[in-house]
Write a protein that binds this ligand. Structure first.
Ligand code: SF4
Length: 490
């Protein structure tokens, strides 16, 4: 399908290839040297956003997966496509976004969708907002649905970056993970992808499998380094309730990986990747030759993003309906319910929550500190013009102590973790959030040294009723963002 106003050709791919300057080199992306202007509560937000599109179907359930995916006998692709197109148009109009900075097709297994569906969504986006030539358009591909003609079809449809779910190059590990593909198929998929998307093929790898040794992980990573392009995402296996793998481990059939070993594996990977020329630019992500993910940087920089499709998350100001504040939005989880809502009202937004200024800062902090650039002063100032980064974290308190211990840096660039601090971010964040809350609202503090309980903001359920809705608790918002990003990075 032809896409109006959209240039998917190789020239566009070359134009979008970051040239060492990070994501700012990609047309339409936020400048690398500073944050895109962003909205704090009620502030004037830019009319730009990243767009995430969720394809919720898989052919088989992996043993570790708790993502929002469905294995069904048959997919009515024409109906799903029509709904994705309609919801994308609706939400873009509702946000009054004028320019889309990146598009990411995640899942589920979006490489099971036809290239025509991908093209239709991109055409719809280009029909409502500006989609600059060369804008990063990523698609997650499973090696079992990544044949040459299929990937070429995605490229012709407008995809210019591929994220291949390799996970492991060991057949026994792939069987343990319940993956549908073999190591040979994963290798073949990456080779085809690199041929079609040179410099713009990312691979995902998982470590910390039950019974996996440090040596086995290092050997697997070595093999992956011989195969990969310029972007690698590493994920530590998380045992999720309700998954087959968790049941096996918790039932005693498989060993629990020791924490020390997991930390050792992470450090091993970091050392090997950095030695291979990769920049460790985010907790789980490594890039060389400037091949950072523009789309994911939008999340970590707390820019606006719109989520389309079942269970997709978004953060934007709904200007089209008179909104002035940034909202957290979640689309209805279950595909059939989501489609009914899109067909009846144009979108399947199940939850929307107006984020308070403090909550926006908390997200900015939790996400920004995941990156090596951290939270810049300029970006912080966009969200908090009154209370500076220095006023919160430069004063005696938790952040100062963490700086003295070598975990954190506060300088003219902003606030960021040291390399050793990045590995322990989850342990550092509670202290930093506590300090932020204390500075933000001193009168709310019950007693010195303890954190104020977060006020519950307005939470307004909309859309259909019944099953499929996902509760977005206040305290769970940052976690929801992390999970969403995790699923989009897989
Ligand atoms: S890990 Fe990916 S391919 Fe496997 S079931 Fe989950 S979403 Fe589907």
């Amino acid at each position: 399908m032809a896409v109006r106003g959209w240039r998917p050709a190789a020239a566009a791919i070359a134009a979008a290839r970051p040239g060492g300057g990070g994501p700012g080199a990609a047309p339409g992306a936020a400048p690398a040297s500073g944050p895109a202007p962003e909205a704090g509560a009620g502030a004037a937000a830019p009319a730009t956003a990243a767009l995430y599109v969720h394809w919720p179907y898989c052919r088989k359930r992996c043993s570790y997966c708790n993502f929002n995916k469905y294995v069904v006998p048959a997919v009515d692709e024409a109906a799903v496509r029509a709904c994705l197109v309609r919801e994308a148009r609706t939400l873009l109009r509702l946000s009054q976004v004028q320019s889309v900075t990146s598009v990411f097709f995640g899942g589920g297994t979006p490489s099971l969708a036809s290239p025509g569906t991908i093209a239709a969504v991109l055409e719809a986006v280009a029909g409502v907002a500006h989609l600059p030539a060369g804008t990063e358009v990523t698609l997650e591909a499973n090696p079992s649905s990544a044949s040459t003609p299929r990937l070429a079809g995605f490229r012709a449809a407008g995809v210019n970056r591929l994220s291949v779910g390799v996970q492991s190059l060991d057949d026994a590990e792939l069987r343990l993970l319940g993956r549908e593909h073999t190591a040979a198929e994963a290798r073949g998929a990456v080779e085809v992808a690199r041929g079609l998307f040179p410099g713009r093929t990312s691979i995902d790898l998982i470590f910390g499998l039950p019974g996996q040794s440090r040596g086995a992980w290092a050997r697997g990573l070595e093999a992956a380094l011989g195969l990969c392009d310029d972007h690698v995402s590493l994920y530590q296996l998380t045992l999720e309730r309700g998954t087959a793998l968790a049941a096996q481990v918790w039932g005693g059939a498989l060993p629990t990986p020791p924490q020390d070993l997991l930390a050792d594996m992470y450090q091993t990977a970091r050392t090997m990747l950095v030695a291979a020329g990769f920049r460790h630019y985010e907790v789980s992500n490594f890039a060389r030759k400037g091949a950072l993910s523009t789309h994911n940087l939008s999340y970590w920089r707390a820019e606006q993003y719109i989520g389309v499709g079942p269970g997709a998350h978004g953060r934007f100001v709904p200007r089209g309906e008179g909104g002035h504040s940034r909202e957290a939005r979640v689309q209805t989880l279950e595909p059939d319910n989501w489609m009914r809502e899109v067909q009846s009202q144009g979108h399947g937004t199940r939850r929307r929550v107006v984020l308070s200024p403090l909550e926006q800062l908390e997200e900015l902090l939790a996400l920004g500190l995941r990156t090596d650039e951290g939270v810049t002063r300029k970006r912080w100032g966009c969200f908090s013009p009154q209370l500076s980064l220095e006023a919160v974290f430069g004063a005696p308190g938790e952040a100062k102590a963490l700086q003295e211990q070598g975990w954190l840096i506060l300088d003219s660039g902003g606030l960021r973790c040291t390399m050793k601090g990045l590995a322990l971010l989850d342990s550092l964040l509670p202290d930093l959030l506590c300090q932020l809350q204390r500075c933000w609202a001193p009168p709310a503090m019950p007693e010195e040294g303890s954190c104020a309980r977060l006020q519950h903001p307005e939470e307004e359920p909309i859309g259909g009723s019944g099953a499929g809705g996902e509760a977005v608790g206040r305290s769970g918002l940052a976690g929801a963002v992390s999970r969403n990003i995790q699923s989009q990075n897989r």
